[in-house]
Design a protein around this ligand. Structure first.
Ligand SMILES: [Zn+2]
Length: 307
């Protein structure tokens, strides 16, 4: 399953991604991790990325895409992947689609973990961390028994400065502005599914798994249909389109048509008609009757004889 994960900061999509990796045995492709690894390894793309970062610029999309493409070439991503943190805007989504089409691994699902903005606000601004043991609390959802004191070690709780209301609201606003167009983009492709990101981690994971399995079922069925289509010589078109849900549906339709054709064999009828009116055969006869080549042969033989 090839998935793009969409969700706001605080939506819990990182936690869900980890669970998905375990359950479906597919890797998470995080552009942040790829960048760090490529820079550390000193690859061509890593050098380009480092040059950009050293001069305080954003790493160009084509460098990031190149890294994703290299990552997709490794064996563990053949069964699918979860892309997190990329794309962030429409141009990135378009170049990603083009690249994935080139390598024959088109996206199958854009999964949005949806959480109301006021819940996100509470999750992010309510976060408190114990300065001594690192335990994490939330003043709204998981408060300590004594305000400001860690339940585990009695250490004092800290509030990160970038978790204040103004900063968080801005971050969420930026996210909204960037992601809303992406949601429409994938919706238009018929690939968007939304899971409510509220409730327990396991409840959310259950609804995400249900979505994924609902997507996988028709794909598996299409696998059969595609192989049927292949026998009819339509395999090339099908594999070029990949196993996207839309393609899968088409393949199913084609397979159904095939069965219908067998019941009412138009092609067979055409064949018979051709045999009855044998144009090609007639041509052959015509050629034999006007034997240009034979004449040439004779001419050649005559020339040889002269020698
Ligand atoms: Zn503590």
């Amino acid at each position: 399953m090839r998935i793009v994960l969409l969700g706001a900061p605080g939506s819990g999509k990182g936690t869900q991604a980890k669970l998905l990796i375990e359950k479906y045995k597919i890797p998470q492709i995080s552009t942040g991790d790829l960048l760090r690894a490529a820079v550390a390894a000193g690859t061509e793309l890593g050098k380009k990325a480092k040059a950009a970062m050293d001069s305080g610029q954003l790493v160009a999309d084509d460098v990031v895409l190149g890294m994703i493409q290299e990552r997709l070439a490794t064996p563990d991503s053949k069964g699918g992947f979860i892309l997190d943190g990329f794309p962030r805007n429409i141009p990135q989504a378009q170049t990603l689609d083009a690249m994935l089409a080139r390598v024959g691994q088109p996206l199958q699902l854009a999964l949005l973990v949806d959480v109301d903005i006021e819940v996100l606000m509470k999750r992010l601004t309510g976060r408190r961390t114990c300065g001594s043991c690192g335990a994490i609390y939330n003043v709204y959802y998981t408060p300590t028994k004594v305000p400001g004191k860690c339940d585990k070690c009695g250490g004092s709780l800290q509030h990160r400065s970038d978790d204040n209301e103004t900063t968080v609201r801005n971050r969420l606003k930026v996210y909204e502005e960037q992601t809303a167009p992406l949601v429409s983009y994938y919706k238009a492709q018929g690939k968007l599914r939304t899971a409510r990101g509220v409730g327990s981690i396991s409840d959310i994971f259950k609804s995400i798994s249900d979505i994924i399995e609902a997507q996988m079922r028709p794909l598996a069925a299409a696998g059969v249909a595609v192989s049927a289509a292949a026998s009819a010589g339509q395999a090339r078109a099908a594999s070029a389109r990949g196993a996207a849900p839309a393609a899968a549906k088409k393949a199913l339709k084609k397979a159904a048509k095939k069965v219908a054709k067998k019941a009412a064999p138009k092609k067979a009828a055409k064949k018979v008609a051709k045999k009855a009116a044998p144009k090609k055969a007639a041509k052959k006869v015509a050629k034999k009757a006007a034997p240009k080549k034979a004449a040439k042969k004779v001419a050649k033989k005559a020339a040889k004889a002269k020698k």
